[in-house]
Design a protein around this ligand. Structure first.
Ligand code: ADP
Ligand code: MG
Length: 246
């Protein structure tokens, strides 16, 4: 899939938590339809970086633009941004007391103001896409971790996001469930969804990413194609990281 004009633009972004400088002069442009995988050691700022893109974290300096618009401060505009920038976390964060179907309908009726009937149609269609058409009436606790994470993906997609952010979506899963989630993500990537994915799944990075961004100590150390990155990482930090996980 060809990569289009910039959809996400971070320029000169800095963030501190008190005395801790967690994002350092971040420059990151993600094109429409591009899949960027962010990897690096724990504590390097990966989660903070992607959380800034839907304003779950504010920054002290720099600019963040999504689809040509600076991030809104609050109110309706912020709610719309959160719908347009879908996010999937390590923990699935489903509503425990609502059915799978209701979980995928809720944001559609509340935020997108869709009629119930339309929301249900869309929810069922998306549950079909993630392979869970027959689980619509169950409650989250009745599903496996891999199934719950696929519901979380369907719920984010139901808002018709322009971009999907994933923060270690398979890290909390039993090994045999990792692939079913990665497969849904691969499919999304193939369909042209713009994605920023923090993951330790190097197979996914190799097969689905247009670019690999390696982060350490709050900075972007390398930003290259997966072929280049895995063949010959330029930095000592990246070589050291890869030697530990591969
Ligand atoms: P990663 O996702 O790469 O493991 P994080 O973005 O979670 O890294 O964290 C980067 C640094 O910021 C770490 O040192 C972490 O302890 C710190 N940090 C993250 N969130 C907070 C917070 N809410 N308050 C203070 N420090 C934080
Ligand atoms: Mg993290």
């Amino acid at each position: 899939m060809a990569v289009g004009e910039p959809l996400i633009e971070l320029r000169g972004v800095n963030k501190h938590f008190g005395a801790l400088h967690v994002l350092r002069d971040i420059e990151l442009i993600v094109g429409r339809g591009e899949v960027v995988v962010v990897i690096g050691p724990s504590g390097g700022g990966k989660s903070t970086l992607i959380r800034t893109i839907n304003r779950l974290e504010t920054v002290q300096s720099g600019s963040i633009v999504v689809d040509g618009r600076p991030l809104p401060e609050e109110g309706k505009e912020l709610a719309r941004l959160r719908a347009e920038v879908g996010m999937v976390f390590q923990s699935f964060n489903l509503f425990a007391h609502r059915t799978v179907l209701a979980n995928v309908m809720l944001g559609q009726t509340k935020v997108r103001r869709r009629a119930k009937q339309d929301a249900e149609r869309r929810a069922r269609e998306l549950l079909g896409r993630v392979g869970l058409a027959d689980q619509a009436g169950k409650f989250p606790a009745q599903l496996s971790g891999g199934q719950q994470q696929r519901v979380a993906i369907a719920r984010a997609l139901a808002m018709d996001p322009k971009v999907m952010l994933f923060d270690e979506p398979t890290s909390a899963l039993d090994p045999e469930m990792i692939n079913e989630v990665l497969e849904v993500m691969r499919q999304l990537a193939q369909e042209g969804m713009t994605m920023v994915v923090v993951t330790h799944e190097m197979g996914f990075a190799r097969s689905a990413a247009n670019r690999v961004v390696f982060m350490a100590d709050g900075g972007i150390v390398e930003d290259r194609t997966p072929e280049e990155f895995f063949r010959s990482p330029e930095s000592e930090r990246a070589r050291d990281f890869l030697s530990k996980i591969l």
